[in-house]
Design a protein around this ligand. Structure first.
Ligand code: HEM
Length: 96
């Protein structure tokens, strides 16, 4: 129950930070953007760690016919999200 609370708070912070990152001039400009960009990368790793069991269980059953289509779709969406976030953060660090 407490873990769920931590997950919800972390996910809310991730969503708010992501929206703020869409404008690199928000708050005091680039310094906030760069720090928040790196922090969101760490928070994503924590998010995956907190949902580790779902990742393992879904990966094992990804081709199983009994796996709901919605779960398979979520899995694919999460992979694409991970790839795009990694690319955005890595390219942000490179152009910084
Ligand atoms: C999820 C993470 C991030 C998101 C969503 C994000 C988003 C953005 C967006 C929307 C822009 C504006 C692009 C444009 O004007 O065409 C931008 C620019 C930029 N970002 Fe990020 N970014 C992220 C992470 C980072 C990180 C980690 C760094 C560096 C440590 C970084 C450094 C920069 C720099 C240097 C610019 C160029 C600013 C300028 O136009 O002068 N970003 N970012």
């Amino acid at each position: 129950m407490r873990k769920n609370y931590v997950k919800i708070v972390l996910d809310l912070l991730l969503a708010i930070t992501f929206v703020l990152l869409m404008n690199p001039r928000v708050f005091n400009g680039l310094p906030f953007h760069e720090i928040a960009g790196v922090v969101i990368g760490v928070a994503i790793v924590v998010h995956i760690g907190l949902n580790y069991r779902w990742v393992i269980n879904t990966t094992k059953k990804i081709f199983a016919p009994e796996l709901p289509r919605k779960t398979r779709f979520s899995f694919l969406l999460n992979i694409l999200l991970l790839v795009s976030m990694t690319t955005v953060i890595a390219s942000g660090i490179l152009i910084s």
